[in-house]
Design a protein around this ligand. Structure first.
Ligand SMILES: [Ca+2]
Ligand SMILES: [Ca+2]
Length: 93
């Protein structure tokens, strides 16, 4: 039986692979795959999940090595940023 935190960690990994598998490279998110992940999984948390300029800005920020793909470590930047935002928001209430 997994603890809630262990389950959350597993889900973060699973969600990455759910979308990274759509098109090659299968262990990286293309721009289209990242867009799909953001729109389907983060539509309630982002202000403008359908705004192409915001999606492009997120992609450019995450693609640290500029290979036009988001690898797992780069995806973790997004997850870490989201966790910090949620933490700060909860703490400010
Ligand atoms: Ca892929
Ligand atoms: Ca990259």
């Amino acid at each position: 039986m997994l603890t809630p935190l262990e389950g959350a960690v597993g889900i973060i990994v699973e969600i990455f692979h759910k979308y990274s598998h759509s098109e090659p490279h299968h262990d990286k998110l293309s721009k289209a795959e990242l867009k799909c992940l953001i729109q389907k999984e983060l539509g309630n948390i982002l202000k403008h999940p359908n705004d192409p300029h915001q999606l492009q800005a997120i992609f450019d920020d995450l693609d640290v090595n500029k290979d036009q793909e988001i690898n797992f470590k780069e995806y973790m930047i997004m997850i870490t940023t989201l966790l910090i935002c949620v933490h700060d928001k909860l703490n400010s209430n």
